[in-house]
Each structure stands twice: as C-alpha cells, then as structure tokens.
Design a protein around this ligand. Structure first.
Ligand code: CA
Length: 470
C-alpha cells in the first residue's frame, strides 16, 4: 500500500513540505539534557556498584538506556574537563589545560572564544539552550554562557559554590576578590545577581524543571551542571542524619549531597514522562572527573587514584545515556567512550557540518550503542596534564600512564588489571615504545596552556578546607 494514500496531499506537496529528505525511519533530532555532577566518584552510583548511598534515579536513568563502563572525561579536573565536553575537542588543543582562577577582569582566562560551544552549534538548528549550575569556563563577560551560545543561564561562574542562601553574601561578582569569595557570590540569572531561597541543588533542579516546561514545544538543550557533590561539604542536617550508618564524616555529608542531586534527577525524568517528552529527549548523566576521595569522601572503587591524577580513578567517570526507543534499554557498553562524544553525537543527529579548522575529537556513539557498528569508537583515549608532566593513553585494553611523582611510564592491561597494579612495562618494551610513539604523535598536535591556572595564583587559593578539592 502506498504509505501516502491516506493523505490527501499530492506527493509533490509533501516533498516541498519536507525538503530535508530525512530517511523515513529517522527520528527527529532529540532534545538534549546533559546532567553533569561535580567530583562524584566512579563507584558512587548504584549502577556502578555503590552499596552505601542509594541513587535510585541515576539508576533509573541508566536502566532506561545504556551504562558506559569505560567512559572518560576529557580531563581529571573540573574546568578543562568541561571545556572538552562543551567543544567536543580535547581542551589541550586550544590551551585549556588548567583550572580557571577567579579573574572577572581578565579576558584571557577562559574558553577560547574561537571555539564553538555545543549551545552555539545547536542554535542554528532551532534549539533553545540553558546552562544551570557551575560554569567554570571563565569569569570574564567574554566567557559568560550568554556570550557563548546559551539563551539562558542560572548559576555561578567559578569553580564551586556554598550551598546555603545565608552564606551567599556578596552581591556583585566583581566584588569577589578571589576564588573563596566567589563561592559566596549571589547566583546569576543571566548577568543579574539574584538571591537564592533554597539549598543550591534544589534551586538548580527548580530551574531545570521550569526550563523544560517552557521549552517543551521546541528542541532544547539543557546543561544541568550541579556543583554538588564538590566541596564545601554542606547539606541540611536532616538529610545527613539519614546516613548515620556511614562512619566517615565527609562521606556522610557527601551521601546527603548526592541524594539531593539524585532526587533532582528523578524530578527531571518525571517531568519528561509527564510532558511525554521522554522519547524525544537524549539524556546523558556523568561526573566531570573522578572523586577526590580525601576531600569529599567519594569512592572510585575499583579504580586506582582519583581527581587530578592520570590513573583511571582520575578521569574514568560514571556515565549513562538514555534515549527510549533509539538506544537499547538496560544494557552495558564496555568499549571506551569519551565525554567528547556527546557533542559529536548530537551534531550527527542534526547534520551539523564539520569545521575542518577545528575538527571534533568525539565520535557519534549511536551506531555503537545500537550495535549497528562493532569495534571501538576510539582508537585511543588521551590525557595530558602539562604542569605535572603526567599523561595517559589507552589503546584497546592497554594503557600507558606517567604519574607526576615518577619519571617512569607504566603499562597496564585494564582487561586483566582494572586497578592498575601490575606494571607490564619492563616485560613489554616493544608495546611500550609503540604506545609512547602514538601518544607523542597526538601530543605534537597540542599547544601549551594559554592561561595561568588556579593553583598558580597564591592569592586566589582557597584557605585550607574552605573549598575542598579544586
Ligand atoms: Ca570536578
């Protein structure tokens, strides 16, 4: 039967009405929601085996899609990781290799304005975009989300924030002299400082729900970047009390913080169901880097190391991706993927042309997640940390790592030794040398860091314990 027979329009009119010639089976490009937590450990979701902190909504999101068990952030600290995600490119290509310091008067400390953000790329496709929560891609107006492709912003520009309204005492961001001050600034709605009324995580959830309701009739991109569970460790006492069984005091508060994030994720998923948008929305959940276990009580079990390190615990993160009807539900995907792939995936769905001068490092994951393509999406996963001289590269099951503390380069087989304990370098000189050569080939394409980092400004350093884990 002619599929158009039940329509009264002649075929020529249909052709005119749908000039993009999409294959009949292709779904319309979906909305995109990226939920990024801050400093959450690899082992701290139920779907990655966490036992002492329930994460029912992170798990529900994961159960509706696929868990990527070998997902890498673009860096093992906050800001460069986010710069990578936001551009789909390794941040070392454009000099973003350090955490940004609080410098609202400096127009060079931030995400290179020649780079295209995900929001800017989606704008011509009709998407409305909102960034909520932590930005950390520059505190100068040059780098403000509204100047980088987003239509709306509700959040803070620095690397972390205090959570209770009564602690946010500095109205104007320009009055913040340093990083700890910035943690006390009022929250920005666009460029306007506003007073908060609730625990910050709840504020961000409320804004996310409001944005989705307002944008339900057109494509949207929501970047929901909770600053939790990054320090300072703060949560309402009654929420902390629910975890009295956890002996580690930091982890007890961390558990409460994570629980409030998880509840927010549940409300976002509930709203997608209520508005019947779930099937039209690609949702990604991830942490921006590994857990700083000593600073916030997080756990990267079973991985070695944590935040700011080149071992797996530094940049292998909890990661789940859901698009009902388009990505199989309840599956686990083991090949290495990257946060850089989010940009490439939504770009492919929207037929966004590549920029030959600034090519993406990510890969469209959909054919892999659907099982249409086999093999690994990436030949290599890279990490370079210029200041410490540390680096890492994964190729298949093998990984080379140089720790900042050692001149030695380690070689691990992650398939047999996920916790990176058994160094194979001495016994496999040829493999080590080949992997080093591949790393150097990539390294040669990079530039040095383009601006001084947070830890290079003594004046900008938080006092001990004030802003854990930057
Ligand atoms: Ca972080």
């Amino acid at each position: 039967m002619n599929p158009f027979a039940r329509l009264s329009l002649p075929l020529s009119a249909l052709t005119l009405a749908f000039p993009a010639a999409l294959p009949a089976a292709e779904h319309r490009p979906p909305n995109l929601i990226v939920i990024m937590t801050d400093d959450q450990g690899y082992g701290d979701t139920g779907f990655n085996g966490c036992k002492d902190i329930p994460t029912p909504n992170m798990d529900r999101l994961a159960a509706g899609g696929e868990v990527c068990t070998s997902a890498y952030a673009a860096f093992s600290v906050c800001a460069p990781s986010r710069a990578g995600f936001m551009t789909g490119r390794y941040p070392q290509r454009f000099g973003f290799e350090r955490n940004t310091a609080w410098q609202p008067a400096v127009d060079t400390t931030g995400l290179d304005v020649r780079e295209t953000t995900l929001a800017a790329a989606l704008h011509p496709c009709g998407y409305k975009s909102m960034a909520i929560g932590k930005w950390h891609l520059g505190s100068n107006d040059n780098f403000h989300p509204l100047n980088r492709g987003f239509d709306e912003f509700y959040g803070h520009l620095g690397g972390g924030h205090r959570y209770f309204p009564e602690e946010l005492t500095i109205k104007n961001t320009l009055d913040c002299r340093n990083e700890p001050d910035s943690y006390r600034s009022w929250i920005l709605r666009g460029f306007q400082p506003v007073r908060t009324e609730h625990y910050l995580t709840e504020e961000f959830t409320r804004e996310a729900l409001d944005f989705v309701r307002r944008q339900k009739d057109n494509p949207f991109f929501l970047y929901l970047a909770y600053n939790a569970p990054h320090g300072p460790l703060q949560a309402p006492a009654d929420e902390i009390a629910k975890f009295s069984g956890i002996k580690n005091e930091k982890r007890r508060t961390y558990a409460a913080m994570l629980t409030i994030v998880d509840r927010g994720i549940g409300r976002v998923l509930d709203l997608l169901d209520e508005l019947k948008l779930a099937d039209d929305t690609l949702v990604v959940f991830m942490s921006d880097n590994g857990g700083p276990t000593n600073a916030n009580g997080s756990s990267n079990t079973p991985l070695r190391g944590g935040k700011s390190e080149p071992f797996e615990g530094g940049f292998r993160v909890p990661f789940a991706i859901r698009w009902p009807g388009q990505i199989p539900a309840g599956k686990s995907y083991a090949e290495p993927v990257s946060s850089l792939d989010i940009f490439a995936t939504i770009a492919a769905l929207n037929h966004i042309p590549a920029n030959p001068e600034r090519p993406l490092d990510g890969v469209n994951l959909l054919p892999y997640l659907r099982g249409e393509k086999t093999g690994a999406p990436h030949e290599h996963i890279f990490l370079r940390m210029f200041d410490s001289g540390a680096f890492a590269m994964r190729e298949g099951d093998f990984k080379i790592v140089k720790d900042k503390k050692s001149e030695k380069i380690f070689l691990f087989n992650l398939a047999k030794d996920l916790s990176e304990r058994n160094d194979l370098a001495a016994a496999n000189p040829e493999r080590l040398s080949n992997l080093q050569a591949a790393y150097q080939k990539w390294n040669a394409q990079l530039i040095p860091p383009a601006f001084p980092g947070l830890d290079m400004h003594q004046w900008s350093k938080p006092k001990a314990g004030a802003a854990d884990g930057d």
